[in-house]
Design a protein around this ligand. Sequence first.
Ligand SMILES: [Cu+2]
Length: 412
Amino acid sequence: MLWILPLAALILSGCSKAEWMGRQSAMDPKGPVAQVQFDVFMATVWLSLVLFVLVGGALVYAVIRYRERAGQADAPPPEQGHGNPLVEIGLIMASVASLVVIAIPTLEAIWYVDDVPEESRPASKLSAWYKGKVAPEAAGEVLTIDVIGKQWWFRFEYPQLGLTQQGKRSIPNEMVIPRGKAVRINLRSEDVIHSFWIPKVAGKVDLIPGRRNHMWIQADETGHYYGQCAEFCGDSHAYMLFRCVVVEPEEFAAWVERQKAPAPEPVAGSLAAKGKGLFAAKTCAMCHRVAGQFEAGGFGPDLSRVAARTTLAGAWLDHRDPAAQMSLDAKGNTEATVPVDPARQRANLARWIGSSGVLVDAAGKPLIPQDVKPGNRMHYYKMFGVAGLRETRTTLTQEEMDAVVEYLMTLR
Ligand SMILES: [Cu+2]
């Protein structure tokens, strides 16, 4: 039996405190919604543990007490009974009682997450049940963010601030919110089912085509929170990440102003200016918006501030040094202080754009790309591999790629 010990140690090592504090740990709540969800989880864990000990203890007791003893192998069986009604009814009542004990905090938590604090019209009639629990810090008008799921990235819109797809200005992949403020999250999908999950702040609620879901969140500590699509949605589901960046309210106001401003114009005659021309000539502008420069494309992520973000392509490619992030990660959310490494950022941009199959060698032969996100919607080299379409395929030489990357690096 002792062989179980090293095995258990191996399995339980996943439960270390460091893992609990990890980036996507629901065991380290950083806001009221996550806290309520964590409390329900822990209540269930403790109750299950008590039941496990009681049932397991009764089993062990019976096995030892009524075991076969030496020399009794041929003894007649003991007198047989037909059960004890009192014990049976008692156990049924105890099961019902424990379900009720779990159901009360669970329902409370469901309503709590559903009712956005400070909204004039509560969403559920039963809000009176948990009035006392509504986040006390939430004051003033709630900030509303529309979250749109797409294969395989998230688009964020701030309708009260004029940052919307219709207003030709949206925020992809990195959602920024002020610390200590309740945020209403409206969830929609433009293709298949996705799910919105920021383990340390709240989750998860599905984004369902043809349906509007909502929830609210609040983060009480500034930092860099990791989000993830939590509903299988196709080839690159595992690479459909996002970030929730929590900043002080003043910093949030400054961020909003930066988002509203048009993208900076590259210096005439520079490599970046050449890249801007290529951005239009090589069809990029068909799918991507750049505020004040290219307003037509709405299919892909808005690139107006692409160089100001810490990640690329559904937050899958990170521009910061992974070792520096990891060393700070264990201490909480401090890794938000790890700066972007511009060399890594350039390399990521080139790698991403190259992975769509546009890059060609000097002879015009396509360089076989390495998939960054299999099947992604910018990934057109397979489509343009078809005879007849091949000739219409967009291509970039290495020099052109450098110019496009240089242009994108100015968008901050
Ligand atoms: Cu998804």
